[in-house]
Design a binder for this molecule. Structure first.
Ligand code: PMP
Length: 427
């Protein structure tokens, strides 16, 4: 598929925007091709500047669960912007969204709205530290919690994609408080808790890892984390920025029946607009200023346009409950790709939870960061380029999650399957 206008648009961007992108994985560097420049989206599809149409499995990195340009979300944005775009003061749409979130995730008694997932996790961790009076945090190799300093130790997403162990500009003293365990390995958690459990403010985890590719929690893993957090007097923080409203209405906490003390959210709750949220137990949340002494704030936090869009999306999800359909369709899609890989003798493992999945180019099970890193990323790059040429857009990295939306029809799925079969036949 030819993309001369996308290429020209990217060249123009590079003259003004650092590396031509406002977020690294958009560069498509890891898959050896020039990036797509998007002009519009509708339902399950995206169109680039050249007018090429793609079945979209990035879906704004999981935010777009209803499909692009959903009418309800669009209407909410139009109606709200007609009254002004933001005031930096209290508005009712903020409370509407907060109530919807509380209904879905009962462990959230109080919450705060912010502008991104990064901000949500950064604030939740500050609160965990303020509440417990402790400074260390425990995270998991290959998980990603946004780009704030404390979390950039052996993280996933763009860092996994580009093989970056940490980030320049992060003082060693900051990451010295960050302890890193292995996902799905309770012994590695126990070892850290045994050594410095009394200094741990929180255990922070993606309950389903999505940023080293999709890795489900092993049976008992989340329960084990709950137990160990309780034993150490640390808080358990679930980063549900991807999983919230994605794998179930009540996110991972509903699906696995394990409750967090604090939860972070983003993506879906903004209906595609910039958003984040963190919330949890009342006694913890009341430590936030102005009631408490943990400071957190935001000029644009809870913006009425964003929160109206988010509420419209959540109301539609509550009304239509697409989760069973998503489960069935995603299972069919993943089964078909797995079958094609076997037919063409391409070593592949497909991991999936609900409508998030990753096709890992490896013969072995993928259960943690090490096993994910053993994938053949060159082969993934070839697969990606074949799919793109066939009009199917995957995330441009082996270490990201693919998504389905409620707008993906059987035909869209059939197109992805056909493209994958052709691509696998050529590998
Ligand atoms: N946590 C998780 C689990 C994420 O997947 C992401 C982003 N993909 C973030 C936090 C950071 O969110 P944002 O990019 O909105 O800052």
């Amino acid at each position: 598929m030819d993309r001369p206008l996308s290429r020209a648009a990217f060249e123009r961007a590079q003259r003004s925007v650092a590396s031509g992108v406002n977020s690294p994985v958009r560069s498509f560097r890891a898959v050896g091709t020039s990036p797509l420049v998007v002009s519009r989206g509708k339902g399950a599809c995206l169109y680039d500047s050249d007018g090429n149409r793609y079945v979209d499995h990035i879906l704004s990195w999981g935010a777009i669960i209803l499909g692009h340009a959903d009418q309800d979300v669009q209407r909410a944005v139009e109606q709200t912007t007609a009254r002004g775009t933001g005031f930096g003061l209290c508005t009712e749409p903020e409370t509407d969204l907060a109530e919807l979130i509380k209904q879905a995730i009962p462990s959230i008694e109080l919450l705060r709205l912010v502008n991104s997932g990064t901000e949500a996790v950064m604030s939740a961790v500050r609160l965990a530290r303020g509440y417990t009076g402790r400074s260390k945090i425990l995270i998991f190799e290959g998980c990603y919690h946004g780009h704030s300093d404390s979390f950039l130790a052996r993280a996933g997403s763009g860092l996994a994609t580009f093989g970056i162990p940490g980030s320049g500009g992060v003082p060693p003293s900051v990451v010295a408080e960050t302890l890193v365990a292995q996902f799905n390995d309770l012994q590695s958690v126990e070892a850290i808790c045994g050594k410095c459990g009394e200094q741990l403010a929180c255990i922070l985890v993606e309950p389903v890892a999505g940023n080293m590719g999709v890795i489900p929690p092993a049976p008992g893993f989340l329960e084990g984390l709950r137990r160990m957090a309780d034993r150490c007097g640390a808080l358990l923080v679930f980063d549900e920025v991807i999983t919230g409203f994605r794998i179930a209405w009540g996110g991972a906490q509903e699906l696995y029946g394990v409750h967090a003390d604090l939860t972070t959210l983003g993506k879906i709750i903004g209906g595609g607009l910039p958003v984040g949220a963190f919330g949890g137990r009342r006694d913890i949340m009341e430590k936030l200023a102005p009631l408490g002494n943990v400071y957190q704030a935001g000029t644009l936090a809870g913006n009425p346009v964003v929160t109206s869009a988010g509420s419209a999306a959540l109301r539609k999800l509550a009304r239509t409950r697409p989760y069973e359909t998503l489960e069935r369709r995603a299972a069919r899609l993943c089964d078909a790709i797995g079958r094609a890989a076997r037919d063409y003798a391409v070593p592949m493992r497909v991991n999936r939870v609900g409508s998030m999945f990753t096709c890992f180019f490896t013969a072995d099970e993928v259960t943690d960061y090490d096993s994910a890193q053993r994938c053949d990323t060159q082969r993934f790059g070839k697969f990606f380029r074949h799919m793109l040429d066939a009009g199917v857009l995957l995330p441009p990295s082996q270490f990201e999650a693919c998504f389905l939306s409620a707008a993906h029809s059987d035909e869209d799925i059939a197109k992805t399957v056909r493209a994958a079969e052709d691509a696998l036949a050529c590998l």
